[in-house]
Write a protein of this length. Structure first.
Length: 614
């Protein structure tokens, strides 16, 4: 038996590693990093190295020679540290930018294999890891530079330490230092990853759990004094240094006001300035969970039904499995409720994914262990039939789109086929609403692959479950998602000219000479790829807002903000100007002398006031 168990663990480990390689490693190097969320944050990591400053984040700086950029004080530093370390080790590139999130996905999946295996059995742990690696939402929200999956990892480690402390107390002893200090340490790392929610979420989950189980005194067993010291030793130094190095100056109220008041409390209340984001409608925010966890959301009703909801159960004491189910249910529900009363983006649900993966993995493990006539098996077959219906529908829709759409002519700029919806761009997925039936013709290959993958994967899942081979059915779903996510990756590459300005940055870099000036028409985020890929500081025309607003209030801010008058003087001067603008927003009234086209693509173009002098 031990040898058999070891062999099974190795098999599960190998399968998860293959999934990770096929999904995350394959997509590391491309497409280019996106404007806004990707290159703004990647620029902050790059400036850490250029300035040798690991405390204050900066954006919009020069690399050679390294010059100060504009302070960027709204984010916690840990993901930027990880990315800067990757840049140090491997150089600055797309794949080294994405590497920390890819490693996070693997680390989370492997820890769920271990954690879920301890709680529910090794097969259940494997399913939890498989869900994290193959769920659509996890993949989607690791395509750009956001820390929410990292928060999911810290929450998983925190709940592991907390459950271990409960087990230790139940056995008559005091929770170990490893459990208590480990819990404090991961809470501190979560704070360094995404601010105060890093401690609010785990503490809130634990307190609610202990209240429901009438065990609030357990908090006193968690070595509160020494654990608090561990927490502060990790979390406090950066906050103190950032406050000291960025005191109130000029119009700026300093780091502490901006970071804690504006970026935490005012953001939660929806009064944060500038309001460069939008709020997903509440019903959509909840309902999209079914999309983000596809295809495993088909088993979510059975997974959630495992959560003990009777007060009598909480009072009488729960077994180890029941405790875990209740804790994971609170974990997911608290985060959903928190953002139900706050501003929210689609990806704010990501930290719930490990909890839901554990609950779903637990149910899938029970399904595999149950008899052929058991009710659990029957509900699994019902879910597989629903999935098959969904797979057939996706196949029909994608097949119709492939047949009815026409591939655009070679060299066609996909942006010319889109219908812009600028009012939706404050949503993280807003640009994808621009797709039209004509534009979908550019995606015929990925659409066909998606339809075939869903039809075959859901059919095999249904077929195997009908024959009581649930494990094979789940592997079929995993293989389906590998194929689908590869198609999604191809789709991102096709769509990337609209989302990234890398080709335009490369065109500027070829012609740029010392003393030339690059100007962005719009918010810094709109053309942040220009700054990141060229390594050259950009000027901004008439848009002192967005990510760069607060840094512009400090007295030492570089002169990068242009008005109409200063722009006209530059444009008509001997200085060569490279002017990035969206094609739909060219300020023709300012371009009073002949302009020369440097590059265009993705609905954006670069103009210059002088021809190429090479």
């Amino acid at each position: 038996m031990p040898a058999e168990g070891t062999g099974r663990r190795r098999l599960y480990f190998a399968l998860l590693l293959v999934c990770w390689l096929a999904i995350y490693v394959v997509s590391l190097a491309n497409p280019p990093l996106l404007d806004d969320a990707d290159t703004v944050h990647a620029e902050a990591a790059r400036m850490m190295l250029a300035r040798h400053d690991w405390v204050t984040l900066y954006i919009d700086g020069n690399v050679n020679p390294a010059q100060s950029g504009v302070r960027y004080l709204e984010k916690a530093p840990l993901q930027y540290w990880a990315t800067a370390i990757c840049y140090t080790l491997f150089g600055i590139s797309e794949w080294s930018t994405r590497l920390p999130l890819a490693i996070t996905a693997l680390a989370l999946a492997l820890f769920l294999l271990y954690f879920g295996g301890k709680l529910y059995g090794e097969e259940a742990g494997f399913y939890a890891g498989l869900i994290i690696l193959t769920a659509f939402g996890v993949y989607l929200f690791t395509r750009f530079f956001i820390p929410d999956l990292i928060i999911g990892l810290w929450l998983t480690l925190a709940m592991f330490s907390f459950l271990r402390s409960l087990n230790e107390a139940e056995q008559g002893g005091r929770p170990s230092r490893a459990s208590c200090w480990g819990l404090a340490a991961v809470c501190a790392l979560a704070v360094l990853t995404k601010g105060l929610i890093g401690v609010v979420f785990p503490v809130g989950i634990m307190v609610i759990y202990l209240l429901l189980t009438r065990n609030l005194k357990h908090l006193l067993r968690l070595r509160l004094i020494s654990s608090t010291l561990v927490f502060l030793a990790i979390a406090a130094p950066w906050h103190i240094l950032a406050g000291l190095r960025n005191p109130p100056a000029g119009q700026a109220k300093g780091f502490l006001w901006f970071y804690f008041i504006n970026e935490h409390f005012k953001r939660f209340l929806g009064t944060r300035y500038p309001k460069d984001y939008d709020t997903v409608p509440l019903l959509l925010f909840w309902g999209l969970l079914l999309v983000w966890l596809l295809p495993w959301s088909a088993f979510l009703p059975q997974a959630l039904a495992q959560i003990p909801v009777r007060v009598r159960e909480w009072k009488s004491g729960l077994d180890r499995r029941g405790r875990a189910n209740l804790l994971f249910g609170i974990w997911a529900l608290l985060i959903f409720l928190f953002f139900s009363f706050s501003t929210r983006q689609e990806y704010y649900v990501v930290p719930t994914f490990p909890a839901l993966a554990l609950l779903t993995g637990a149910w899938l493990g029970r399904e595999s262990e149950s008899s052929a006539t058991d009710r659990i098996r029957r509900t699994g077959r019902i879910s597989s039939a629903i999935l098959l219906g969904l797979g057939a529908l996706i196949f029909a829709v994608t097949a119709a789109l492939v047949v009815l759409s026409k591939s655009p002519r070679p060299g066609t700029d996909i942006s010319t086929l889109l219908q812009e919806h600028p009012q939706d761009y404050a949503l993280s997925m807003g640009h994808f609403l621009d797709l039209t039936p004509q534009a979908l013709g550019a995606f015929r290959g990925p659409l066909a692959g998606t339809g075939i993958a869903f039809l075959l994967g859901t059919f095999l899942n249904w077929y195997f479950r009908r024959r009581n081979r649930a494990f094979a059915g789940n592997l079929a779903l995993g293989a389906m998602m590998i194929a689908f996510l590869y198609c999604a990756h191809l789709g991102f590459m096709i769509f990337s000219p609209v989302m990234s300005s890398k080709p335009l940055a490369q065109a500027i870099e070829k012609q740029f000479r010392h003393g030339d000036v690059i100007i962005i028409n719009g918010e810094y985020e709109a053309g942040s790829s220009i700054n990141f890929y060229s390594g050259i500081q950009v000027h901004i025309l008439n848009h002192v807002n967005g990510n760069i607003w607060y840094g512009s209030l400090f007295p030492d801010v570089p002169h990068v903000f242009e008005t109409n008058d200063s722009f006209r003087k530059l444009w008509n001067s001997p200085t060569r100007v490279f002017f990035w603008t969206e094609a739909s927003d060219i300020p023709t009234q300012l371009l009073t002398s002949p302009e020369f086209s440097v590059a265009q693509g993705g609905g954006k173009l670069v103009l210059s006031n002088q021809p190429d002098h090479r």
